[in-house]
Design a binder for this molecule. Structure first.
Ligand SMILES: NC(=O)C1=CN([C@@H]2O[C@H](COP(=O)(O)OP(=O)(O)OC[C@H]3O[C@@H](n4cnc5c(N)ncnc54)[C@H](O)[C@@H]3O)[C@@H](O)[C@H]2O)C=CC1
Ligand SMILES: O=C(O)C(=O)Cc1ccc(O)cc1
Length: 301
């Protein structure tokens, strides 16, 4: 059953998009919101990200049956603590954090006895803030729900139904598994992008002007990812440390093997890998998850 009153804490890209999507696609649902930053609250009210932008966290959650924390993963515990005194006893508390194990623990610790159903919409952009959100962000995208083992089935269903109402597809997953899967598919790719753009800007023999002037497709795509919000991504790496380090170890080994293949002139190894990775790209396109899908609200390509 879809909740009647949704409170959104954190009105940036994801919180703002949830508000806009709810107002557009589930107009029967009342929306309230709060952000710790008064400038964000003002802008959220101007854009109508939620129907009612409140002046305090308590006021925002007072009548909610679903509260969604949309703050950086390192701030989830603090955001949960800010609503602790006011969140109704029967309400579900969820979040949208990009890492799930530590976030679920932090929220549960701040809200003992609450029904906590963490979730992660695997949809976003490199932009952040209250001007970045748009109602179509979650359409046809996965939302991974990571309930604790003892979560009430009806609460899991309520969170899932809500996200389906915003156009998302639902997957239920164990939080630890989520963190390994997202380390591979999202966190390490962001780390690689941050690294290559940093390396390019540090090279002594290539000027910054040349990097900008000759940035062809590949590097340009990396710069989009490497423009992602520093606070958000610092927190992702610090909270998903174990999974990121495990996958990074494998990645480093594979990179070293490629380095050796290049040094040895071993074209077969390079060709075999590139053939395999091309097939993966084709499978993604066949599943309709490629860049060529309708470009909901993105202005950068
Ligand atoms: N950016 C993306 O593409 C995606 C981000 N996420 C997750 O969504 C969450 C939010 O990310 P964005 O919306 O991109 O960030 P954002 O930076 O656009 O918005 C975060 C908002 O939280 C507010 N905030 C920070 N600490 C707070 C606190 N203690 N209490 C209340 N408000 C607080 C900030 O003022 C800011 O307006 C993060 O946990 C991130 O991992 C999930 C999917 C995609
Ligand atoms: O902009 C991109 O390419 C992204 O990868 C967006 C994104 C960032 C973080 C998430 O947890 C989910 C999606």
């Amino acid at each position: 059953m879809i909740p009647n009153n949704v409170a959104i804490i954190g009105l940036g890209l994801v919180g703002g998009s949830i508000g806009l999507a709810t107002r557009a696609m589930l107009p029967q649902v009342a929306t309230t919101g709060w952000d710790a930053n008064p400038d964000v609250r003002r802008r959220a009210a101007e854009r109508g990200l939620v129907a009612n932008v409140c002046e305090t966290a308590e006021e925002a959650v007072r009548d909610a049956d679903l509260v969604i924390l949309c703050v950086p993963v390192g701030a989830m515990g603090e955001a949960a603590a800010a609503i602790a005194a006011a969140v109704p006893s029967g309400a579900i508390v969820s979040d949208v954090g990009s890492s799930k194990r530590s976030v679920g623990d932090a929220i549960a610790k701040a809200l003992p006895g609450a029904t906590v159903i963490p979730a992660h919409p695997v949809a976003g952009t490199e932009k952040s803030g209250p001007d970045a959100g748009f109602a179509e962000l979650f359409r046809h995208r996965w939302c991974i729900v990571t309930p604790p083992a003892d979560a009430p089935a009806e609460a899991v269903a309520a969170v899932s139904d809500f996200w389906e109402g915003l156009g998302a597809k639902i997957e239920i997953m164990d939080p630890a598994h989520h963190d390994v899967v997202l380390a591979v598919t999202s966190h390490i790719p962001h780390l690689i992008a941050y690294t290559i753009v940093g390396t390019a800007s540090d090279l002594e023999d290539v000027t910054r002007g040349e990097v900008i002037k000759y940035s062809a497709g590949g590097f340009r795509d990396f710069t989009r990812i490497a423009a992602s919000d520093p606070t958000m991504w610092r927190d992702v790496f610090l909270t998903n440390r174990d999974a990121v380090l495990e996958v990074l170890g494998r990645f480093t080994e594979d990179l070293t093997a490629l380095q050796r293949a290049i040094r040895n002139g071993d074209g077969d190894t390079l060709f075999e890998l590139f053939e395999r990775t091309r097939a993966i790209r084709r499978s993604i396109i066949e599943e309709g998850q490629d860049d060529a899908r309708p470009d909901f609200g993105r202005s950068d390509h």
